[in-house]
Each structure stands twice: as C-alpha cells, then as structure tokens.
Design a protein around this ligand. Structure first.
Ligand code: HEM
Length: 405
C-alpha cells in the first residue's frame, strides 16, 4: 500500500525525491483521491491524483470531459475558479480556445520565431561566455533567468529601450506566481507590468508590427475584436508559461549533465545528440509537475469513477517516469528514442511555446559544447518549494573552458 503524502505541501516537493512515491501510486492506486483539510476553506473537498502516462494523456486529450476552465493547477482548482477562464488561452476550452489559439499560433510562425531563435543563440553564447570567463557563478541567475525572458520580450515586441525595465518588473511579478498569495511588492510589480502592456497594446493598435501583441490587438474572436482584457491575459499567459518553465529546464539540464559526466562526454563528442538530449532534458526536468482539470460530466479514468465537478490533477512528474511508457525511466539517457514525454502537456492545450523552449535548451547545449570542457556543482542546490513548478532555485557552478590551440 502506498504511503500517503500530502501533495499540496510545497515543502514535500522541495525536500523529497518523490520517484518512489509515484512508482507506488502508479502500481497500487493510479487514480487516487486526496482529501483537502476543511480548515483550508477550499472550494473543493479534495482532488484526484492521476499518475500513469496513459491516463494523463487520455484526460489531456479530452477537454470536453476534463476542462481547464475551472483552473489548470491546484492553486486555482482549490480557489474554485480562474480569473482568466474563457479569456486566457490555457484556461479556455471549446471553439473560443480554437479561435484564440489559431490567432496566437500565427505569432509563433517561422517569420517570428526565426529572429527570436537567432537572438536566443546570441544571448546564450554571451551570457555563458561571461560566466565561464569568470570561472563560474550562479547559472540560474546569470544565464537561465535571462534567456527565456528576453525571448518572450522579443516575441511580444517590447522595444529595446524598455527591455531592462520590463525584465526587472517581470522578474519581480513572477516571484511566487504559482501560489495564490503574493506579497505587496509582487502585486505592485504585476500591476505595473500589466499597465506597461496596456500602453504597449495601445501603441500597437495605432502602429501594428509583426509581434504577438499586434496580432492580438488586430485579431477577432467569436466575430468581434479581441478585448483589452483578453490581450492582457494572453500576454500574461506567455510570460507565466514561458519564463520560469524554460529557466528550470535549462538549469535542471545543466545539473543533470554535471551529475552524469559520461553522458556529458558523449554529448561533447557527438553534435548529433543535441536534438535527442534536449528531449531527455525536458523529460528529466519536467518543470510543470502537474496540470489541473475539472470533470464536466460523470466519467471514469483508469477504472476509477469520477463525478461531474471533481478536481483532477494529472502528474506529468510521474507520467514522465512511467515504466510502461519509457524503458529504464530512472536513467538519464541522452539518446533515448522514442521519448514520448508529456512535459509540454498533450492534446488541444499542447504548449504553444514548445519550439521556443526547445531552441533555448538546444542553444545551451551547443554553447556548452563550444565553450566548456567540463563543469561542476560548487555549492548547495536549493529546490523550489512548490506543488506546481519543479526544479532548482539556484545552481552554483564552476567551468573549465575549452582549450584553444
Ligand atoms: C501550455 C509546459 C515553455 C506558452 C503548456 C502546458 C504545459 C507547458 C504543460 C499545458 C498546460 C495545460 O494543459 O493546462 C511548458 C514547459 C516549458 C514551456 C515545461 C519550458 C520548458 C513555454 C514557452 C511559451 C509557452 C517558452 C511561450 C513563450 C504556453 C502557452 C500555453 C502553454 C501559451 C497554452 C496553450 C493552450 O492552452 O492552447 N506549457 N511550457 N510555454 N504554454 Fe508552455
């Protein structure tokens, strides 16, 4: 019988390696009910914990039965609603989701992603070069926290002159994003960043470019123009979707390579491994621990009856290590093939920024190969205390630069 754990407790995720817990759950109770302490005053009495790869994919594929409009993470499922429901892509379903998604997708075409990918490569090269030249430092603060945010600013069309301020505000606004409580400073930063994007949207309405904000302000959904509120919610979706997640996969990828020196040597010897290594890093790090849904009708998942209205949590952190879906799931194998990880979700809400995130990890791996012979962890590596986002908060590293002849 599986030892019960409180998956709501953020410290559990920071302090424990949960792989054994997930393995037991997949074997004994693949769809398990976790009650919520009534003292928390949550809108739901508990939630289903789904751990098998096949069940996670099944629920993610079927947005009619398992909708994200009632929240797509524990924090909002427990609150009972998401303010962005029906307006922000990730918490919208049905025809409106389709319309919003195809509007946003045109901002992720080769014309937009080409220049962004090129500047990801440049900023990764420069930031890593500075860190290697100094002998090392905190890889999270100095590289992994910078590259994804710069890429999002570029995608959204933030003018170069505003970048430094926008990066600073966004970093402030994102602190504790995955929890319902936020400090006064975080709330102020969030409100300032929203006001900034409102002003930028007004400018783009007057003089559109080829960036995502211009697409949104000029677009239509349900036969009417996209509202100001929808523009803001979707800018916010790109920032929260693409900043911390990509940061965690870059940092977790470097940590995994440092912990598996034989894999690093294989990568160093073979450039063709960069592609599959990117996928293995995405699987290994799984930055989004779970994705949440609400059942819209009485249904069943993995043989377990589920009632209409029930909160359902789909644990990518478990599914990506399911022995039914992956050979030797607990080994970090850069040439893994096939690699059907659910790191970017699955089905209609499959991550819109997957290509961008892959470009960020690939740029990191290519630059590591070019600039470093070896690297090692030089201090404690604190893990984030969150039931939603997984990974490291800091990564002190030293580097041995590539010898030039
Ligand atoms: C959706 C993970 C990078 C934008 C998702 C979902 C996951 C995910 C699991 C599905 C959520 C759900 O079904 O409820 C990740 C990870 C990333 C990453 C692990 C990095 C390693 C990005 C980037 C962007 C982005 C770089 C954009 C700049 C989005 C958007 C959605 C989404 C807009 C909503 C898609 C929809 O609802 O149709 N992401 N993401 N993500 N992601 Fe990402």
């Amino acid at each position: 019988m599986t030892v019960p754990v409180d998956l709501l407790d953020p410290r559990l995720h920071a302090e424990q390696d949960l792989r054994g817990v997930w393995r037991d759950l997949r074997r004994d109770e693949p769809v398990r009910w976790q009650p919520v302490d009534p003292a928390l005053g949550a809108a739901v009495p508990g939630f289903w914990v789904v751990t098998r790869h096949t069940d996670v994919q099944r629920a993610l594929r079927d947005t009619r039965t398992f909708s994200s409009q009632g929240g797509n993470m524990l924090a909002t499922l427990l609150k009972g609603s998401d303010d962005g429901a029906g307006k922000m892509l990730v918490v919208t379903d049905g025809p409106r989701h389709l319309a919003l998604r195809s509007l946003l997708m045109s901002g992720f075409g080769p014309r937009q992603l080409g220049p962004v990918t090129a500047s990801i490569a440049r900023s990764t090269r420069d930031l890593l070069a500075e860190l290697v030249a100094r002998g090392g430092g905190d890889f999270v603060a100095e590289v992994a926290a910078q590259v994804p945010l710069r890429a999002i600013c570029e995608l959204l069309g933030v003018p170069a002159a505003d970048r430094a301020r926008v990066l600073e505000l966004t970093n402030g606004a994102m602190l504790g994003e995955h929890t319902e409580e936020a400090s006064i400073e975080v709330r102020i930063a969030r409100s300032e960043i929203m006001q900034y994007y409102l002003r930028l949207a007004a400018r783009r309405r007057e003089a559109p470019g080829s960036d995502v904000i211009s697409l949104l302000v000029g677009g239509t959904v349900d036969g009417r123009p996209v509202t100001e509120e929808e523009v803001l919610f979707n800018c916010y979706n790109l920032i929260i979707g693409g900043d911390e997640t990509a940061r965690l996969s870059m940092a977790g990828g470097l940590l995994a390579l440092a912990e598996h020196p034989a894999q690093w040597r294989r990568l160093l010897a073979d450039a063709a491994l960069v592609g599959p290594a990117t996928e293995e890093i995405l699987r290994w790090t799984t930055p989004v621990a779970h994705v949440g849904r609400r059942a819209t009708v009485d249904t069943e998942l993995g043989g377990q009856p589920i009632a209409a209205g029930d909160a359902v949590t789909l644990w990518c952190a478990s599914a990506n290590f399911d022995q039914e879906a992956f050979e030797e799931p607990d080994s970090f194998a850069l040439s893994r093939d096939p690699n059907r990880h659910v790191t970017f979700g699955f089905g209609p809400h499959f991550c819109l920024g997957a290509q961008l995130a892959r470009a960020e990890i690939q740029a990191l791996l290519s630059e590591l190969r070019a600039q470093a012979e070896s690297f090692e962890v030089t201090g404690p590596v604190p893990r984030l205390a969150s039931n939603f986002i997984r990974g490291v908060a800091a990564l002190p590293m030293s580097f041995t630069p590539t010898r030039t002849v």
